[in-house]
Design a binder for this molecule. Sequence first.
Ligand SMILES: [Zn+2]
Length: 463
Amino acid sequence: MKPVHKRALELCGTAAVAGLALVVWLPMRGAAYATNGGFLGLGQRDFRVFDNFTAPTANDNVTPDPNFPGYTGATLAIWKACVEWGSRLHGNGNGDPHQPGGLGSGGANFDPVFQGEATGVGGTDDNIHSEISGSQGGVFAFTEVPGTDGWRIRYYQNWAWSDGPSDQLLPGEFDLQGVAAHEYGHALGLDHTNIAGATMQGSIQGNGVPQRSIEQDDVTGLAFVYVTAAPTKPVITGVATAPGSLTITGQNFAASGNEVWFTRATPSANVALGDPIKFTGVISTAGGTQISLGVPPLAGPGDVFVKVPGTAGSSLSNGWPADVTAGPACSTPSTLCTGAPNSVGAGARMAFSGGTYLSQNNLTLRCTGLRPGANAFFLAGRTPTQTPFGNGFLCVAGPTAQLPVRTADFFGEIAYGLNTQALPAGLSIAAGETWYFQCVYRDVAGGGALFNASDALLTTWCP
Ligand SMILES: [Zn+2]
């Protein structure tokens, strides 16, 4: 069983509504931000929304926002709330009439990673925003912390939540975006401040709209936990999309080994799975200012990020909106050519496990039907052929590259995990390319040329 180690750290209430007297924890260190001990590592910066909000006004904004592609209603409002804590403007910063051109004000080595919607409220470490039934006095919402290993935010059902985006709410409505901005501040490690007007002030301001925009005290607190954004932090300044691909412009991208993070297109069946869709081993061009790549399967509209090698907060870029469409499904590898009979039977055959998505990088080449103990290797080439070769046929032609020698196991099989990010010299595989593989092996008992070859495996590579 999962240990119960969470507590509702605080109850974010209002002193103004209904005249409730709430006990609000105040920092002891004077007039400034306070922290709650949380720190979100790069693996916990994802967040999702389970849109179970029941108030009609929580999901009556159906106008798409080009700065937040793919989502409307409560999910859109909460997405805006979180990106306000990002290191720099989210896209052009627009989307909040309360702060035109101002969304994305954190300035620290911290950027929240939007991962779309979830299919349930999740566990206390699954980083999901959702409504909770019932009420708790004058309390609007709460955050389950510490967030170091994940968090969960719940909004009480009894309030007339509004998804905006207008900052002119009707009487009785409360602003989901403003309250979400406050609660997310708890998730990332901040506690209540006594600075009037700050987003992390413990009592709601008016209908909550003012809390959409973080203030200097919030920024200072964020910088205390995550440090002011490093000059070396990668920065995205633009994204151009085309069907199945995109080009990212910015600065401080690594020459190689970048990861590009995407928002998941549809919620995973596993409610606990909120990790970004990652395309790894990505090179940049133009002096670390441009990255072009295909869109991996499972990625969809949302934000994209570039992560350079390393684990520090400064290795992850700001998020930038990208209305991407995933590339088409990749063809399954198939066999062709002829594997000639050998000393143990009908001949060697190619097989595989995994697939040919570069973003998944999980193809393993296999060859069966060898004599146990025989040395063999895979040959890679760009074009097919069928010409006499040893006791069999050459199925792969130029340009070709030879993979390291393996020894057939007791079952007469060899396998080679094809790490497309670290291929042997002479071999590089890019999206859209077709490569053929076959195995070439010693077969002394077969006489003749003393070696033979399998059939071939046709692979087409996708992002
Ligand atoms: Zn609070």
